[in-house]
Design a protein around this ligand. Structure first.
Ligand SMILES: Nc1ncnc2c1ncn2[C@@H]1O[C@H](COP(=O)(O)OP(=O)(O)OP(=O)(O)O)[C@@H](O)[C@H]1O
Length: 269
């Protein structure tokens, strides 16, 4: 099906994933119906093991659903991937060790059959705090720096859809805050549809237009919280009562989801 005009929305219908293992069937994602508006940023939060990454991988077309369908602006994930319309950033940055940071970022452009502009790459590296590290190989970077290089690699192709799975996991708190302020400005300006998995309630509220709180596995939506704070987020917004109220609503929903799941849910938190 041809792509719809404008930033692509995502529609998941009855999407589910079961894994077969020696201990039997594991229901990672129970049938879920989800809609994500085009050009918006949504945070997915939920206890460890509730199926967030599996959901993201299915939307990215990296994992086949056991049931249900995913459409991105009317297209299948495979169709969007074929024309390099989506980028995925995982906690494990998986950079090519023999290529420099510049080379790793430029590779994403090459795979998308686009010309690499070294100046544009350098600007992006500056934005993620890697100024002057373009010629360094991943082995000589810290874990957090590798993650930031991977984020630059995601952004360089200017994808329509950005799927980020805890991309700041190994980044120190201060840099993390800076990235949480700076990066959304970039993808908002481009109208990128973004899905973002995080364990940080603060980050979820800071970065997104909407927070979906998921229950312990198999995940269902416990709360769907619109984040109405002004964009771009102002410096110090984390200290405002409106922010605290939203963060509290997310935390309370997480606790409610765990409590409703019983002792298994609480243990999974
Ligand atoms: N390839 C796989 N084979 C078998 N089981 C899997 C596979 N991938 C994920 N699972 C299981 O599916 C469930 C959901 O995993 P998933 O990684 O999606 O959770 P998550 O919410 O992203 O967790 P975390 O927050 O800890 O990263 C877990 O019980 C996990 O063990």
């Amino acid at each position: 099906m041809p792509a719809e005009p404008g930033p692509p929305g995502i529609r998941c219908e009855g999407i589910a994933k079961r894994f077969e293992g020696p201990a039997g069937t594991l229901e990672a994602v129970a049938p879920l119906d989800l809609d994500f508006a085009g050009g918006r940023t949504t945070a997915l939060v939920g206890p460890s093991g509730c199926g967030k990454s599996t959901l993201l991988r299915m939307i990215a077309g990296l994992e086949a659903p056991s049931a249900g369908t995913v459409r991105i602006g009317g297209e299948t994930p495979a169709e969007v991937r074929t024309r390099a319309g989506l980028a995925v950033g995982f906690q494990d940055p998986s950079l090519l060790p023999w290529r420099t940071v510049q080379g790793n970022v430029a590779l994403a452009l090459k795979l998308a059959r686009r010309r690499a502009d070294p100046k544009a790459i350098e600007r992006l590296l500056t934005l993620v705090g890697l100024e002057g590290f373009g010629t360094t190989r991943p082995g000589a970077l810290s874990g957090g720096m590798r993650q930031r290089a991977a984020i630059a690699r995601c952004l360089v192709t200017e994808p329509e859809l950005l799927l980020l799975d805890e991309p700041f996991g190994a980044v120190d708190e201060l840099t993390r805050r800076q990235l949480a302020h700076d990066l959304p400005r970039l993808w908002e300006a481009r109208g990128t549809t973004t899905l973002f998995v995080t364990h940080s309630v603060t980050e979820a509220v800071l970065i997104s237009d909407r927070v979906l709180v998921l229950s312990p596995r198999p995940a269902r939506v416990v709360a769907d919280i619109p984040v109405t704070l002004e964009r771009p987020r102002a410096e110090g917004v984390e200290l405002t009562p409106a922010f605290a109220e939203l963060a509290e609503a997310v935390s309370a929903a997480l606790a409610r989801g765990a409590a409703e799941a019983g002792p298994k849910g609480l243990a999974a938190q």
